[in-house]
Each structure stands twice: as C-alpha cells, then as structure tokens.
Write a protein that binds this ligand. Structure first.
Ligand code: PAF
Length: 286
C-alpha cells in the first residue's frame, strides 16, 4: 500500500511540508489534475531524477489565467480524490492543491511573464493569451516550491519549449525535464481532454497520431515528402478539423532541411481541441 502524500492547500502548509525534507533536492510536477497514466509517468520520472530520499511535489491547480473566455475552464475535469490516489501510487511526497485566491491573492497579477514571440505561433495563433497564463503560473509555482528539477510532458511541446526558454532567459536555475508522451495502444496521446470525446470521436482522434507516424516514417526522404505523407493521411480522416500541421526545428524555430525536427498538429474532433507532436529525423537513417 502506498503512503498518502502530505496535502498542502496554503503557502504556509506547503512550506511546512517542504521543511520536513531538510536540504534534499526538490522535484516538482505541475499539473491541472485529472491525472492519467501520462501524469503518472511524469511523477515516476521526477522520482527517478531526484532519487528515493528527496521530495517529489505535485501541484494540482486549474489555472484560470491560461484559459480565455469561452474556453473549457468551467468544465475542465476535476477528479481530486482519484488524483490523490495516483500521487500516492507514484510515491509523491507533497501534493500542493491551492485555491485560486491562494495563487492569485490580489486577483489577476499586475506583473506577469511575457512569453515572447514564440507564444504567438502554433497554439498561440488561436489561444493568444494562453502561454502568458501558463508561464506566469509556472513561475509562481517555481517561486513557491523552489524546485531543483521540474518535469513536463513532451505532449505539450510548445509549452515545454517556452518553459525552457523562460528558465534560461530569466535565470531561474531549474532543471526542466521533458518526458516522452504516453500513448494508448492505438497511438492516441493521453490527455485529460480525451475525456470529452464520445466513442466515435475517440476513434476519429487517432487520425492525429496516424498522421504524425506516417510523417515520421517518411522523414528519411526529406521535408517535402514528410509533409505530403502527413497530408495524405489527413485526407482520409473524417470528422477531424485540422487547425495546424507544422514542421519546425526542435526549438520550434524554422524547420531545417535535414536532421532533427518536430512535427506538430492541432485539430478539433467535435468540440474538443486536441494537440500532438512527434520528433523526426529529416533525411536521416531512421
Ligand atoms: O500542462 C499543464 O497541465 C499546465 O499547463 C501547467 C503546466 C500545469 C500549468 O498550469
């Protein structure tokens, strides 16, 4: 049976809990709850990073600042009891689950993190304020928890890239680890928003990963063939409303002619917006 994590709702409780782990490195896995096997993998990776004796902290906070009006803030899945079980199973030491007032005591903060030009592309084209909200809350969580290491999923690749950039540009001194995307056996990337899909949509949603895998298989023939392979796969996808399919460099700069690259996709299946991405090697041997 797994030990129950210490539960902290306030800053004071968090600092009290952290104080029980004198001078050990701290790992933080920020989440918005609705934890699934993908999050479990992030928590396992955090434990691997800091070893058996240092504290692994998971925050569970649905951050209003990263949702625009009309997005799914109110219906975002909230499964706190089940989340605590996942944390216990993964040996999390501290769960930090603050209220909105605890994180933003004076209402919306006056000083926030400007995510820079990359935040206007890809996800930012349809969610222009999203990364401003993400980076602001991640900076606050870093300030509250003071982690040495923080683990994020590669599934949200633009988020991961921007967090790395923030940590570098603002000298935050946190080691940001990007953990592999966890997928269902049929390829669908795990996401809390998959819970919105009905059976038919759930099946249609596999078009995203099929598109990415077709592109990855074609990558050895170069960028043009890669994109053709992806578009060919998408032509057969019904009920999938493509928002973007973009080939980029691993740091999300312009795509290279050859070598490591990243292909990113966003599409709506019914009312649900899904994203996914994959690493490719253009003109490579694999
Ligand atoms: O990826 C998420 O769940 C959120 O964007 C994060 C990083 C926890 C910030 O709210």
């Amino acid at each position: 049976m797994s030990a129950t994590p210490l539960l902290a709702h306030s800053r004071e409780e968090l600092h009290g809990a952290l104080g029980k782990f004198a001078d050990a490195g701290v790992a933080l896995v920020p989440t918005m709850g609705a934890l699934h096997a993908g999050h479990a993998a992030l928590l396992a990776r955090a434990r691997q990073e800091v070893g058996p004796d240092a504290p692994v902290v998971s925050s569970i906070f649905v951050n209003p600042l990263q949702f625009a009006p009309g997005e799914d803030l109110d219906r975002y899945p909230r499964t706190f009891d089940a989340d605590l079980e996942v944390c216990a199973e993964q040996g999390v030491d501290i769960v930090f689950a603050p209220s909105v007032e605890e994180v933003y005591p004076g209402g919306d903060p006056q000083v926030t993190v400007d995510p820079g030009p990359l935040a206007a592309a890809l996800e930012g084209a349809s969610r222009p304020t999203h990364f401003h909200g993400v980076l602001t809350v991640v900076a606050k969580l870093f300030g509250l928890v003071r982690p040495d290491v923080s683990v994020f999923g590669q599934k949200d690749y633009q988020q991961l890239t921007l967090i790395r950039r923030m940590v570098a540009d603002l000298c935050m001194g946190v080691d940001v680890v990007g953990a592999e995307t966890v997928r269902e056996p049929d390829g669908l990337a795990l996401s809390s928003r998959n819970a919105y899909l009905d059976e038919d949509q759930r099946w249609r949603a596999t078009a995203l990963s099929r598109t990415l895998f077709a592109a990855r298989d074609a990558a050895r023939y170069g960028a043009a063939v890669t994109i053709d392979a992806a578009r060919h796969e998408l032509r057969h996808a019904r009920g999938v409303d493509l928002e973007y399919l973009e080939l980029r460099a691993p740091d999300l700069g312009p795509a290279p002619e050859t070598g490591p690259a990243r292909l990113l996709i966003a599409a709506r299946v019914g009312a649900t917006r899904l994203i996914d991405n994959v690493a490719l090697d253009l003109n490579g041997d694999t």
